[in-house]
Design a protein around this ligand. Structure first.
Ligand code: ZN
Length: 490
């Protein structure tokens, strides 16, 4: 039986002309099975189904290149507003170990399930997951229909602090190599399964926790398995200067020197740079990245909320670095990632005409596709995979509408995501995921995971502080009985 043909008739289509995104008014997109077979003004052939998107916008789905589905939902309500100056505002060395101590498998699973919904409801159609539960993530990707690159994380050591001032490292090279071998075996077995929806990703954790040998073997495996490689790098001032201390060069220069940088490599963050103001270290990491052809997964919110900014999105772009966008923490919304990437860059540049809606939309679609070596994703073009989002065009946030991309980047909310199609399957329709469990029930499951994590914060904190000591409530609790209950007239 031939694949079903679906015609989408939309008032606005962000179509791709083979070179770049274009704005097509009153057009049609035709899908056949998992592929886009036509985009243009008028389709002459026969179709089986019609999706009427009159008054709406059909746009390519987002490619989120940096996600921790299995943990990020638990950042919410705990990690915000705290990052010590001793760690140059980073939450990696105190907040993350504390939050992770009480996280069990049930919490990982609740987070992955919840994240799938969060990502689809905000227009992500391809997700790069760096996480601890590959099997469960792949199952849930197939269940919800989210195209997912699954990267089981591994590393040769871990960081810790025992005084809240210095970062120390505990190494276990053999354990790191064994975890790498497991990741390679998992990828070899699962890459391309579920109709191509589930793909493999090599994910050595962080530049400062992976040995040179582990990174060299990772790159060889990436070439052999033909899968993208990603790791966290230049994400804190402490990490930067630890690498300077170890190797006498910046983390990114070190990756270049060991032959790690290449077009199939995605650097997570790459914010604290030689040549930037955060590290105050001479050099030109932007030039090194541009020269190597690697991509950057830029997750602006996780830094912006701690007062840290890329210097700057527009400067990287101008240098020729392929920029993609990621979420990294909660909330996992590419709508917000685009907005923060644009606005933070404008602030750093002190210009409004840089990091435009077009620039960040390109990063969220074409930049992500290039990062993973897929010219069949991130675009509405003949022959591309049928991964699309239909946005409301008439709503509280989207009206009035003259430029759909400006509205999506600067005004849209998750509620404006009306329909999501991945690999030709409608996975979200009229703002709801068909067959998905009740969101309240899932929220309750996540709440229970949160309660367990918050109860165990002291276990993961070097000073044994509890959740309220490490991350005080925004407002003090009140039983309503104290003098504060005096009426204003008193
Ligand atoms: Zn991350």
């Amino acid at each position: 039986m031939p694949a079903q043909r679906t015609l989408i008739k939309a008032s606005h289509i962000i179509a791709h002309d083979g070179v770049k995104h274009r704005h097509l008014r009153d057009g049609v997109v035709v899908l056949e099975g998992d592929t886009i077979v036509f985009v243009g003004r008028k389709f002459e052939g026969t179709t089986d189904n019609v999706i009427d998107a009159t008054g709406r916008i059909a746009a390519p789905g987002f490619i989120d290149t940096h996600i921790h589905m299995a943990g990020s939902p638990l950042d919410k309500s705990f990690v915000e507003d705290h990052g010590k100056r001793n760690f140059f505002n980073s939450g990696l060395f105190e907040m993350l170990p504390a939050r992770s101590a009480g996280q069990d498998t049930a919490a990982n699973h609740a987070c992955v399930e919840f994240s799938m919904l969060e990502l689809l409801h905000t227009g992500t159609t391809t997700a790069l997951e760096l996480g601890p539960v590959p099997e469960y993530t792949a199952e849930q990707a197939a269940r919800f229909g989210l195209r997912t690159y699954v990267g089981p994380m591994y590393r040769s050591g871990r960081w810790h602090t025992d005084d809240g001032r210095t970062v120390k490292y505990a190494w276990d090279e053999a354990a790191g190599m064994a975890a790498f071998e497991r990741a390679v075996a998992w990828i070899a077995k699962n890459d391309g399964t579920h109709g191509g929806l589930v793909k493999g990703l090599l994910s050595p954790s962080q530049v400062d926790t992976c040995s040179e040998a582990l990174l060299r073997r990772t790159r060889e495996a990436g070439t052999r398995l033909r899968v993208p490689v990603t790791l966290h790098v230049s994400q804190s001032v402490n990490e930067f200067h630890e690498m300077v201390r170890r190797h006498g060069c910046s983390p990114i220069e070190w990756l270049r020197d060991i032959g790690f940088l290449a077009p199939e490599v995605i650097l997570g963050h790459a914010i604290i740079l030689a040549g930037g103001s955060w590290a105050q270290y001479a050099g030109d990491d932007i030039g090194v990245m541009a020269e190597s052809g690697c991509s950057v997964a830029h997750a602006p919110w996780v830094f912006a909320r701690r007062g840290i900014a890329m210097e700057s999105f527009s400067r990287y772009l101008k240098a020729g670095i392929n920029l993609s966008l990621g979420t990294d923490t909660a909330p996992q919304s590419m709508i917000e990632a685009m907005k923060f990437a644009a606005v933070v860059s404008k602030i750093i540049d002190r210009q409004t005409e840089t990091a435009t809606a077009a620039d960040v939309f390109n990063a969220a679609t074409l930049g992500g596709a290039k990062a993973i070596g897929r010219d069949d994703l991130g675009r509405i073009a003949r022959g591309a995979k049928a991964d699309l989002v239909i946005w409301e065009g008439e709503s509280l946030w989207m009206s009035p509408l003259r430029d759909p991309v400006k509205n999506i980047v600067f005004s849209a909310q998750a509620a404006d995501v009306n329909t999501v199609i991945v690999n030709g399957r409608v996975v979200l329709r009229d703002g709801a995921i068909p067959g998905a469990p009740d969101i309240k029930a899932m929220a309750r499951k996540l709440q229970q995971s949160g309660e367990r994590v918050w109860a165990n914060i002291a276990r993961g904190d070097w000073a044994g502080r509890d959740a309220d000591a490490l991350s005080p409530q925004s407002f003090e609790g009140w039983d309503g009985e104290e003098p504060g209950s005096k009426t204003l007239a008193d």
